[in-house]
Design a binder for this molecule. Sequence first.
Ligand code: KIV
Length: 273
Amino acid sequence: MPAYLKSAAKPPVTAPRLVEMKAAGEKIVVLTAYDAGFAAQCEAAGVDVVLVGDSLGNVVQGRESTLPVTLDDMVYHTAAVKRGLATPLLIADLPFMTYLDVDTALRSSARLVAEGGAAMVKLEGADYVLDAIHALDRRQVPVCAHLGLTPQSVHKFGGYRVQGKTRSAAERLLADAHAVEDAGASLLVLECVPAALAKAITAALRIPTIGIGAGVACDGQVLVLYDMLGITPGKRPKFSKNFLAGRGSVAAAIAAYAADVRNGAFPGPEHSF
Ligand code: KIV
């Protein structure tokens, strides 16, 4: 739908608004989407943030990892999602190796923002990535960092495993969380980390944390749309939940997810580590 035809009932969610939500103790509801139709369902259900994740490599393209996803793929899907949204903040993932240095990160992000319509870009890790976060922030592009199980590191991790389980790994994750905040990140996704560690990181940071397999104490939650609708083939990840089961429509499933995040019913201990 062209922007001039959209009649948002609520003001658009912005990066500063997410910080206000954290301060007010309002949970942030995040869901992935990859096309305009599902984006419109997120809009109708009152989702706060829509993430065009490179998880589209798995759930849309049927690949084994997110690594083959290209920047062109991300721009295409981000632009499609943008057409279905008026209110939620739109985040787009920077895919593998599209932020390997500062210049590449800036050029890749410019495409996601200018061509795709994203209001924030997401990248994985800390370390050398801190320079890119800082450079993007200085150029007024809000950044979502992503720590813990970062799927683009699957070969280094040797699989999709919970991170931050030992004392030294937990200390490193906390230090990385401070580092991404200090570099200028506006938001932090914590994926598959022990709930107690995610709680400590959430309490230590000014910026909001969004958990996926990181316990209920995060400032918000994100799920992969296809997982929470129960249509991802194979075993459902422990941290996810099929919200369509027992409900008659996608709209009802997304509304139930949003309600459960806001009232603290999701995630339960059975979805956490
Ligand atoms: O790609 C993705 O969908 C993500 C979420 C799982 C956080 O990064």
